[in-house]
Design a protein around this ligand. Structure first.
Ligand SMILES: [Zn+2]
Ligand SMILES: [Zn+2]
Length: 177
């Protein structure tokens, strides 16, 4: 079963690819057949993936060899939908045979018309890491907080103030004084 939201994204992305002359109608039909899915929700580094069926070595991959295009479920939140469309575009660029992230790939990727979406990857990664973090390393002087998955255990100093950072569990950000 394909997620309806993913289907909605596809309905936007494929016509744009056709307008950009990256695909023709026939290829668009083939791309429509690719199963859409979600990657695991606690992934922090991977934002999306284009999975191919294994083929003979050195064999040129075709649209028919694509097993699945999967997107991070967090990207389907309204706040990130613009980025989800770009992710899908990126994965479809792989699906049409651009396997590596080489200069040609980056040029094609750059054709996506939403400038904000093209630069959202860093922010989205940060958002995912914040979600995954269990501790704040907090500077007691300037109050700057660094979300982390581990405790700092007195090993780190605030870059600016040169004082030791203090651990506090996420969700408990206020210290009694
Ligand atoms: Zn890629
Ligand atoms: Zn500080």
């Amino acid at each position: 079963m394909t997620n309806e939201q993913l289907e909605e994204l596809r309905k936007i992305v494929l016509p744009v690819m056709r307008i950009l002359k990256l695909i023709n109608l026939e290829e668009e039909e083939k791309l429509k057949q690719i199963p859409l899915g979600l990657i695991r929700k606690n992934a922090t580094r991977m934002h999306a993936v284009c999975r191919f069926n294994p083929g003979p070595k050195g064999y040129k991959k075709r649209i028919e060899d694509v097993k699945e295009v999967a997107i991070h479920p967090e990207a389907l939140n309204e706040k990130w939908l613009h980025y989800a469309r770009f992710l899908m575009f990126h994965e479809y660029l792989h699906a049409i045979g651009n396997i590596r992230h080489d200069s040609v790939f980056r040029e094609l990727e750059n054709l996506w018309p939403d400038e904000k979406a093209k630069s959202a990857g860093k922010e989205f990664g940060k958002y995912l890491r914040n979600r995954a973090s269990k501790w704040f390393w907090t500077c007691p002087k300037c109050n700057k907080q660094h979300p982390r998955t581990r405790k700092s255990n007195g090993r780190y100093l605030c870059r600016k103030c040169k004082v030791t950072l203090i651990d506090s569990p996420v969700g408990q950000t206020h210290h009694a004084q």
